[in-house]
Design a protein around this ligand. Sequence first.
Ligand code: FES
Length: 569
Amino acid sequence: MAGGLKKGLTSYGDQAFSLFLRKVFIKAAGYSDDALDRPIVGITDTASDFNPCHGNAPQLIEAVRRGVMLAGALPMSFPTISIHESFAHPTSMVLRNLMAMDTEEMIRAQPMDAVVLIGGCDKTMPAQMMAAVSAGIPAIMLPVGPMVVGHHRGEVLGACTDCRRLWGEHRGGRIDAAEMEVIAGRLAPSVGTCMVMGTASTVGSMVEALGLALPGAASAPAVHADRLRIAEATGRVAADLARRGGPSPSELVTPASIANAMAVLQATGGSTNGLVHLAALAGRAGLPLAYALFDRLGRDVPVLVDLKPSGQHYMEHFHHAGGVPRLMREIADALDLTAPTVDGRTLADVVAEAEDVPGQTVIRSRANPVSPEGSMAVLSGNLAPRGAVIKQSAATKGLLQHTGRAVVFDSVDDMAARIDAPDLDVTADDVLVLRNTGPVGAPGMPEAGYLPIPRKLAQQGVKDMVRISDARMSGTAFGTIVLHIAPEAAVGGPLALVRTGDMIRLDTQGRRIDLLVDDAELARRREHWTAPPARPGEKRGYARLYREQVLQADQGCDFRVLRADPDAD
Ligand code: FES
């Protein structure tokens, strides 16, 4: 197959003319024939003024270009959609699939022999991984890297676990508005992604475990020279991929590498969102995502990374302790080390070269874990026939086995309107239920699963309650929170049938979440249930495509038509 500039010619009905015309236009940019005869490495440019997490993308692109050229290939950067968590309405998750489609199609449409995908802020790397598997050309990922930590009154702070913790203190009346303004300037003190084990750090760590990025790519701080060296090396590897014609991501994303990513997800105390994105990735590769395997790994692989929100430290400390390769050495018995990686080495080679850092306390040993089980447990039961997830490592231990009275909120708006009402009938032993917040319901499965503690309870010092929903939760959040209930309420899942006053039992040990209402009563309630109508904005365009195509959380919320086999269940 033709490579370089000759690849994927525009259709004018005359191939030679198509190539001639392409040369005419690219020569307008001043390229020589020597440059245009080289293999081409595409580089995604996701810099955006609306995405401060990607503020270092221009510098990274420059370093990648250097690496590509040092290795004798031609770098060509091109823009794609960029998504920032806090600048995406209604949620970044709605736009993840749009970014994946854009990235996949622009990789396929333009003549490149390999591609470097520079992403980071939560949904960007998942979108790029999904795109890369579907696009089918050699690819390598380059995270933008985490921010450095912030400081306030002698305390080390990080976005956004501490954003939520301090906001909770503010809601409880313990920090005033003036101090919150000061804190707002200190929680995110550099470009880069959130520096806790939130979604960005989690996905970056999984990308390393999948073999799709170079060692250290997940953890080197965004502003550290290591990050630029990794970028340059990424460019060199990309040039090599372009020349050799592989491996492509679909060769690296296998049952073995998915299981490796699952083990790393459990050991990092990573974000629950990581599981959703992994499910979507598996769907792109035509693989099932086995919830049972993930749960089994969680019973075997403890949380070993002492990072917020499950632990104490931040990503820069993880990096200086050896990062993902060092972590993988600790859990090597749970990994398939024969799995290949993008630069031609196996995972065993990467683990063998992991740095031993004397005295480091961030990556624990199996004998001294942060938490004896993995970060997440998969639940089922009559409330979640297709599964739900709880991040047990960030939960209150005493609430993991709990039965309480449901206090139901029908939507995010309903919750916002009533949660702080002084007359809300609620106690700390109740179970807060939020529904119609799934992939279809909200839409985009917003990170609303971290329901705030009702103000009157927060003021009494209540810091955690059992909360359940079909929503997601930020990877930076914490609490005894059941998420991703599938099927969601908006498509008729059992969560739609819960009423305030029903009893709900959370049995994390037994991996169950159940509504203690008999089947006959549930059948009666179902007869009166009707699906929420489409919202006015969902009648056309991408919003309509999203509503019609989006799958449930256990299938990664991908679009049915984007999976490897759109007709598979
Ligand atoms: Fe971009 Fe957290 S807001 S990674």
